[in-house]
Design a binder for this molecule. Structure first.
Ligand SMILES: Nc1ncnc2c1ncn2[C@@H]1O[C@H](COP(=O)(O)OP(=O)(O)OP(=O)(O)O)[C@@H](O)[C@H]1O
Ligand SMILES: [Mg+2]
Length: 287
């Protein structure tokens, strides 16, 4: 059974009198398997948020259908096991982190000691235990995104829809969020996330789909999409020059060609995280 399935899902927005309609999503056939992390990628305006909103029945499709765990999306029951982090989550600024979770827990019909216990677990999971009694008006962007994730998880859903979970969050914060997504996957959850930060998606997603102008233009397994089967790279350490010449000769005599010889580079992100790790004052986040 797919956690999410769409068939020919199409959305046209009315632009108003005499302005026609905008085709935001064009016949999307999406299958997100149970237990996988699926990344919906695409440039601004390509239809990512529209897809998530259609799946949640926040807007209705012009054509086509969608199902969550085989239940049609226009049936309220389909949303019982879904948590959602919207693109620009809106919270009450004067509530504390813990109060915010009480509020969302009550909306889901939770109460008493089970809600209390769930809130403590979630604050721990998203790393906000120490900031639990601070008002959200004083939270940083990364902290707000993490309380948004905790909110989406309050009723222990099987499926999470995350619209740009790392938007506006610094590299440490977004690494934390990625680690959290992987932990959720480890707990057996299914995650559909949207993003335009390609490098980040690579680390967490099992499969990705790329939308452009409302159409899926590329889809597949992340590992096979990015591995180039015809090329092979071997990283060696301390290779003397004469040995290197012999290696190059062996490659040529096998009828293969050397495409590039270079010193491997690290990513700016790992350099940044390394430098922060080395700082004795700890990581730069006051929460
Ligand atoms: N309520 C609306 N009325 C009219 N047009 C809309 C509406 N919502 C979205 N659109 C248009 O539909 C297209 C897809 O928008 P959508 O928000 O799904 O894109 P997105 O991929 O989430 O982009 P972003 O990366 O900027 O979040 C865009 O051209 C957008 O302008
Ligand atoms: Mg969007």
């Amino acid at each position: 059974m797919d956690a999410i399935r769409t068939e020919q899902l199409t959305k046209k927005y009315d632009l108003g009198w005499r302005k026609g309609r905008l085709l935001a999503l064009d016949k999307l056939n999406l299958h997100v398997h149970e237990g996988e992390v699926y990344g919906l990628l695409g440039p601004n305006g390509s239809g990512k948020s529209t897809t998530l909103k259609l799946i949640l029945d926040l807007i209705s499709p012009t054509d086509g259908s969608a199902w969550l765990f085989d239940v049609p999306c226009n049936n309220v029951v389909s949303r019982l096991h879904v948590g959602f982090l919207p693109e620009n989550p809106y919270f009450y600024r004067y509530l504390t982190g813990a109060e915010t979770l009480v509020f969302y827990g009550k909306l889901c019909g939770m109460s008493g000691s089970s809600l209390k216990q769930r809130i403590e677990e979630l604050l721990e999971l998203v790393g906000l235990t120490r900031a639990r009694d601070r008002q959200l008006s004083g939270y940083s962007k990364g902290m707000l995104q993490r309380i948004g994730l905790a909110q989406a998880l309050i009723h222990d859903p099987k499926l999470l829809l995350l619209d740009e979970p790392t938007a506006g969050v610094d590299p440490i914060g977004s690494k934390d969020i990625r680690d959290l997504i992987l932990r959720l996957k480890g707990m057996g959850k299914t995650v559909l996330l949207s993003s335009h930060l390609l490098a980040q998606v690579q680390d967490v997603c099992d499969r990705i789909g790329v939308l452009n102008l409302g159409q899926m233009i590329l889809e597949g397994d992340v590992k096979s999409l990015i591995s180039d089967q015809r090329r092979l790279s071997i990283t060696v350490q301390d290779l003397p020059d004469d040995a290197r010449a012999r290696v190059e000769e062996a490659v040529r005599s096998a009828g293969a060609s050397i495409v590039s010889v270079e010193h491997p580079q690290t990513t700016l992100e790992s350099l940044f995280l390394e430098a922060l790790k080395k700082d004795e004052r700890g990581m730069g986040r006051h929460d």
